[in-house]
Design a protein around this ligand. Structure first.
Ligand code: ADP
Ligand code: 5GP
Length: 207
């Protein structure tokens, strides 16, 4: 490829890209992401910090860093979070090193954050493109069915997550891609197609 490109030009896949997956709780973000990570060894997952309690099948350091309020506060005041938010009374944040260090190694970083976090990451001045992907289920009925099937939320928490979701989908026009997670396999393939296209973008390196 180098033989054909003028000096200072390349394709984006030669360096890191940040891919952000957002969508209502229950859309299937975690399911889709774990499959993408299994299939694509160039991707690394940005493990967020959170003060929410661990779910039974979650692993500290793989799904989240499960922190106490004090530990989260320490990260925040040390300036170690790229962005953070409060969701259902719990704090969630992206540790800078999860993103910045990996990008510097030329890896692609995959993030699972809610709408405000996604837009904050896009505006954080990262030295790479930030690709914003919004994942939706095929219908509101299916969203409710999935959250119930996961069995991790009380009825009250479910209703609150749906209220948040209605607000979140209003921001879809601020994203780059919309993917419907009807069949998991198809959603994963569509996101892989986005990865291929974004890595093939012709770009001029600034330095
Ligand atoms: P999120 O991370 O967006 O909150 P999850 O990945 O936890 O969502 O998925 C919510 C529930 O829906 C889980 O029980 C998961 O197994 C299920 N699920 C995810 N994708 C699909 C799909 N395409 N079809 C049916 N069920 C799905
Ligand atoms: P859950 O409790 O279902 O794992 O996540 C709740 C919401 O928090 C989801 O929308 C998820 O994308 C979001 N989230 C997870 N980690 C982060 C983070 O580091 N920053 C932000 N802003 N949101 C996050």
């Amino acid at each position: 490829m180098r033989d054909f490109l003028p000096e200072g030009w390349g394709v984006q896949g030669e360096r890191g890209i940040a891919f952000v997956v957002t969508g209502p709780s229950g859309a299937g973000k975690s399911s889709v992401i774990s499959e993408l990570l299994r299939r694509d060894k160039r991707l690394t997952f940005s493990v967020s910090a959170t003060t929410r309690p661990k779910r039974p099948d979650e692993v500290h350091g793989r799904d989240y860093y499960f922190l106490s309020e004090e530990e989260f506060e320490r990260l925040l005041s040390a300036g170690e979070l790229l962005e953070w938010t409060v969701y259902q009374g719990h704090r969630y944040g992206t540790p800078k090193r999860e993103v910045v260090d990996r990008l510097a190694q030329g890896k692609d970083v995959l993030l699972n954050v809610e709408v405000r976090g996604a837009l904050a990451i896009a505006g954080a001045g990262l030295p790479c493109p930030v690709v914003l992907i919004f994942l939706v289920p095929p219908s509101w009925e299916e969203l409710v069915r999935r959250i119930k099937a996961r069995g991790t939320e009380s009825e009250e928490a479910l209703q609150e997550r749906l209220t948040i979701a209605r607000e979140e989908v209003r921001h879809i026009p601020e994203f780059h891609y919309l993917v419907v997670n009807d069949r998991l396999e198809r959603a994963v393939e569509e996101i892989q197609a986005i990865f291929v296209a974004e890595r093939r973008r012709i770009t001029r390196w600034s330095e």
